[in-house]
Design a protein around this ligand. Structure first.
Ligand SMILES: NC(=O)c1ccc[n+]([C@@H]2O[C@H](COP(=O)([O-])OP(=O)(O)OC[C@H]3O[C@@H](n4cnc5c(N)ncnc54)[C@H](OP(=O)(O)O)[C@@H]3O)[C@@H](O)[C@H]2O)c1
Length: 263
């Protein structure tokens, strides 16, 4: 079994600032599967080589550790680019052809990462289905959906229904990268694995909870995104309320996704 990660929104901010540096770091640590490959998709017309060059510059810029040119060259051999429009079925058909060509194996697991505007999630998923790219007969097919997931309960439910027309629940990963941060994960240990704090962690002893967002990243090229989504939807209804959930929820029976969701 080998693995392919397809990133929709390849020319965007999240891809260059977070996703590729994170994948490169996994590669440096030997945690990226040996023959894994990364395929970027967006409308901009880059060649494979041009996209690799641009990512080398941004990764060097955003990486928190030392950038090593030799290992980047090794990593970049696994990186491919496919110009395509999410609104256009032909782009998905030609993406399928590129994937078959570079995977060169029948048994490949694929992750489709939707790192693009939320208005495009549903359409991207429908097109993946229509182009046969969600078919998991020859390896698992999973989809990662960035936040914001809808703009209110109704739109979130509608998006959920539309995703379920193509992917089963166990193929869907709704990401919130704040919840994966070590400092956030550590709240679980501090709260539940600590006999000093555990008996005091309730409304009798906790007066209030303060959450500080110490972000310094500017709007950059994301003016259009903020015009549509706004800062409240970007930060509050997902990251911050989910952070609040961790100190406030009753202890889950276990830390798997389903048990935490069910609390
Ligand atoms: N940036 C962050 O730090 C961050 C953090 C957490 C979550 N997110 C989430 O991640 C998602 C992406 O954010 P971003 O900041 O990377 O946005 P962005 O910089 O505006 O990037 C959007 C991407 O979508 C592509 N795109 C737009 N229309 C397309 C179409 N019709 N077909 C194919 N590709 C299309 C754009 O490329 P082309 O114009 O070349 O097509 C671009 O690559 C958003 O949902 C955001 O909420 C972002």
């Amino acid at each position: 079994m080998s693995d392919t990660i397809v990133i929709f929104g390849a020319s965007g901010d999240l891809t260059s600032r977070k996703l590729i540096p994170a994948l490169y770091q996994l590669f440096l640590k030997g945690r990226l599967p040996e023959d894994a490959r990364i395929v970027g998709v967006s409308r901009s017309t880059f060649s494979h080589e041009k996209w690799r060059e641009m990512l080398a510059v941004s990764t060097e810029n955003y990486l928190s550790t030392h950038f090593d040119a030799a290992s980047w060259t090794d990593f970049a051999k696994r990186v491919f680019y496919h110009p395509g429009d999410i609104k256009d079925l032909d782009s998905f058909i030609s993406l399928g052809e590129l994937l078959s060509e570079i995977e060169a194996k029948p048994n490949v697991s694929r992750i489709y990462y939707l790192s693009t505007m939320p208005q495009l999630y549903s359409e991207a998923i429908q097109r993946l289905g229509e182009a046969g790219l969600a078919d998991d007969k020859n390896g698992s097919r999973r989809v990662i959906i960035e936040k914001p997931f809808g703009t209110d309960t109704k739109t979130a439910q509608r998006l959920n229904e539309s995703i379920h027309q193509v992917f089963r629940e166990d193929q869907i990963y709704r990401i919130d990268h704040y919840l994966g941060k070590e400092t956030v994960q550590n709240i679980f240990a501090l709260r539940f694995a600590n006999s000093i704090f555990e008996p005091l962690w309730n409304r009798r002893y906790v007066d209030h909870v303060q959450i500080t967002v110490a972000e310094e990243v500017l709007v950059g090229r994301r003016g259009g995104y903020y015009d549509e989504s706004g800062i409240l939807r970007d930060m509050f209804q997902n990251h911050l309320l989910q952070l609040l959930m961790i100190p406030a929820m009753v202890p889950p029976a276990g830390y798997g996704a389903i048990l935490v969701r069910d609390v």
